[in-house]
Design a protein around this ligand. Structure first.
Ligand code: NAG
Length: 250
């Protein structure tokens, strides 16, 4: 019978470390990748459309659309002006915008317009609330004559709601959309460390493409439709109770 020596114990620890590094880390890695693939897979074979709106601070604009069924992802950026390569501190005549990629078989451009009107005050001149300036103006950026017609009709409808003030919203043909710096993408979600952890601390590029992150960005700002806001609340409560801290889908 051999004696159990100190060096045997070291070997055992060494073997244990190898087993842990081979088994546990890749398993977690696969789980995270699977979680994110699921949300993109579902939309992979359907042609998506894109809509661009300006309605005040783009942090809030992005959150206002992220949670809607049919919205696949959102990106904030600059459009509506003429300056080349605008930046946050130097955006020239552009407005803060959100680009919404959506599945037109689930949500229509018209429905997006309804959310656009409901999510800001289009009668405010030169800004929204505390955000004062030309970069916060209200614009519907259209692609093609059909969208331009729908936009014009919905603006007319909005104007008939009250005649005592003028709807300031501009309707423009979409030119170049310049994505904003990464600090501004999913801004509301990034302020919530718990939610970031729940989705596995995605790297920045993945976060910007993720449908799940798009939804949770709306949730973090409490701008999801009430039913969805509640559903996500319940899901997160469940996860925290069971202690398996990964949110794959909502
Ligand atoms: C505008 O619409 C056309 C046709 O639907 C599409 O191919 C194109 O990608 C759109 N452009 C933008 C900037 O969304």
């Amino acid at each position: 019978m051999g004696k159990f020596s100190g060096s045997d114990a070291l070997w055992l620890l060494y073997l244990l470390a190898i087993v842990v590094s081979l088994f546990v880390r890749p398993t977690l890695g696969i789980r995270f990748r699977q979680a994110n693939q699921e949300s993109t897979h579902r939309h992979m074979n359907r042609p998506l459309k894109a809509a661009v709106f300006a309605l005040g601070s783009f942090w809030r604009s992005e959150a206002a659309f992220g949670c809607l069924p049919g919205v696949v992802r959102t990106i904030v950026g600059y459009a509506g002006g003429t300056k080349n390569n605008p930046e946050y501190r130097n955006l020239g005549d552009h407005a803060e915008c959100v680009q919404i990629e959506y599945d037109p078989t689930v949500i229509s451009f018209k429905q997006l317009l309804d959310v656009f009107w409901a999510s800001h005050d289009p009668r405010q001149l030169f800004g929204q609330g505390p955000d004062v300036g030309n970069q916060y103006r209200s614009i519907i950026l259209t692609n093609g004559t059909l969208e331009a017609r729908l936009a014009a009709a919905s603006k007319e409808r909005e104007q008939t709601i009250s005649k005592s003030s003028i709807v300031m919203t501009q309707i423009q043909q979409l030119g170049t959309f310049y994505p904003a710096e990464s600090d501004h993408q999913k801004f509301e979600l990034k302020r919530n460390r718990l939610l970031l952890q729940l989705i596995g601390n995605m790297p920045e590029e993945e976060l910007q493409r993720s449908s799940l992150a798009t939804k949770l960005n709306g949730y973090a700002a409490e701008l999801c439709p009430p039913k969805i806001q509640k559903k996500i609340n319940a899901k997160i409560d469940d996860i925290l109770k069971t202690g398996w801290p990964i949110l794959r889908d909502i």
